[in-house]
Design a protein around this ligand. Structure first.
Ligand SMILES: *Cc1c(COP(=O)(O)O)cnc(C)c1O
Length: 459
């Protein structure tokens, strides 16, 4: 080995291994075969005393971790809400690493900025949101919620005459935050980051949608603190969407900022067939979504969308004399980070590859497979779909809680597919979340067969 590592050799090896992995997904069992301890043992725990050639390291890494990889990009992975990776996004992601642009400053990395500007405009167009909104490219849904709610916190306090940037929260009028009882827990987490404490919970209906009359009652209670109302596009159990039109009207009547957590549901807006689920949502003040869920770009990519770019800049921008600021605004002013991966390349690539009709078809394909699951499960005597399957999520009970848990365990042991157990409305459920572009009708059939077998065996 010489002093200069063999970069080309390492990349060629990585490329070969990546293709081998991807081609294994069709038949590979979805769960991993090795435990954490086994992977540690296979890699070896000792830090080597000296250098190893990068190509050799690539081989060592692959050999060490192979058994511990979960086939999350498989078309039969239905756990959590795990998007797949569209090939255009994956290829762009490889190049993003090779190009290694620090995407913070507008004019220092013009390619990254141009692509981010284009991706921003395309996302707003596809989702039917105000073209003047700002989009921050963050790591995921949690950080998108954080970024939007930081803008919200500053804006509602500013309206009450309080400058949180200068004066902090101590002594401020405080901020009320209202959110449905079936919110995603990351909302509570980001409220902790923001020093806002626990939210006030709004009653929801049997699908987990907030009750706009409850919002109106709570806002009319005489508590006149600055207020933020957080709504949801896509409940992780039912897939349900809040009634935006009424809820936003109620919130705005009382001067509240409305934020929509649409980590996987916001892209329903890109499909004419599912757009109605979001009726009225464009009147909100901010929206959070993941590009790494429904849009199927690689991790980690979330989008923080704020109607008033000045509110976002007030929360996120900073000044450094060594930075090269541009009057047109710099990408770092829309996100919590300064140094940052140029993750817009992947968003642009997937949107450029799919086009308007392709994004709609992607969304409709996922929801169509969820529908097929619901229909297939309805035919299993003793199984019950608990939610109205309006989008990509299906919640199933197989008799009582013990039996449902047993079916989940048997299905995971079988390995054909992967889906997570959960508890929804006080019942044990199997959650099926269809989020991967590569899922086929055959994948759904194979998974239904595995579920039928698990159910029969659990009797
Ligand atoms: C996944 C999800 C989040 C969190 O997004 P991450 O990308 O995992 O940080 C927030 N809200 C909802 C509704 C989600 O489904």
């Amino acid at each position: 080995m010489g002093d200069t590592p063999d970069a080309a050799g390492a990349l060629v090896r990585a490329h070969e291994h990546a293709l081998t992995w991807l081609s294994s997904l069709g038949d590979r069992a979805v769960p991993p075969s090795a435990s954490v301890a086994e992977v540690v043992a296979a890699l070896g725990a000792e830090l080597p005393a000296g250098p190893t050639d990068p190509s050799a390291v690539v081989d060592l890494l692959v050999n060490g971790v192979e058994g511990g990889l979960t086939a999350m990009p498989s078309g039969r992975f239905f756990g959590f809400v795990i998007g797949g990776t569209h090939p255009a996004g994956m290829a762009a992601d490889w190049l993003t690493s090779a190009w290694d642009q620090n995407a913070g400053l507008r004019t220092v990395t013009p390619a990254a900025t141009a692509v981010e500007d284009l991706a921003e405009a395309w996302v707003l167009d596809l989702l039917g949101l105000d073209a003047g909104s700002a989009v921050g490219f963050v790591t995921g849904g949690t950080m998108a919620n954080f970024t939007c709610l930081a803008a919200a916190r500053g804006a509602v306090l500013a309206r009450a005459g309080w400058d949180v940037g200068n004066d902090g929260l101590v002594g401020s009028p405080g901020v009320r935050v209202l959110v449905g009882t079936e919110r995603h827990d990351s909302v509570d987490l980001v409220l902790r980051y923001l020093g806002l404490g626990a939210p006030e919970l709004v009653a929801v209906d049997e699908q987990g949608r907030v009750d706009p009359a409850a919002i109106r009652r709570m806002l009319g209670s005489g508590d006149d603190r600055p207020t933020v109302v957080v709504l949801q596009a896509g409940n992780i159990h039912s897939g349900a969407f809040d009634p935006f039109e009424e809820a936003i009207a109620a919130a705005h009547e009382y001067g509240a900022w409305v934020h929509v957590d649409g980590a996987f549901g916001l892209f329903a807006g890109a499909s004419p067939a599912y757009r109605h689920l979001l009726d009225g949502y464009e009147a909100a003040d901010s929206w959070a979504t993941d590009a790494h869920k429904t849009l199927n770009v690689p991790y980690d990519c979330g989008l923080a969308i704020v109607r008033d770019p000045a509110a976002l800049r007030a929360a996120m921008s900073m000044h450094g004399d060594y930075l090269i600021h541009d009057v047109a605004g710099d990408p770092f002013e829309k996100v919590p980070e300064l140094s940052r991966r140029a993750r817009a390349f992947t968003v642009w690539a997937v949107l450029r590859s799919l086009g308007r009709s392709g994004v709609a078809a992607l969304v409709e394909g996922l929801a169509g497979h969820a529908r097929a699951f619901a229909d297939g499960i309805a035919d299993i005597d003793g199984a019950e779909v608990l939610n109205d399957v309006v989008f990509t999520q299906v919640c199933v009970a197989f008799g009582d809680d013990a039996r449902t848990r047993d079916v989940v365990r048997r299905m995971l042991d079988d390995g054909t597919a992967w889906a997570s157990g959960s508890v929804w409305r006080e019942r044990a459920v199997l959650r099926i979340s269809v989020s991967n572009w590569s899922t086929t009708n055959a994948d759904v059939e194979r998974t239904l067969n595995a579920l039928r077998a698990a159910f029969t065996a659990s009797a």
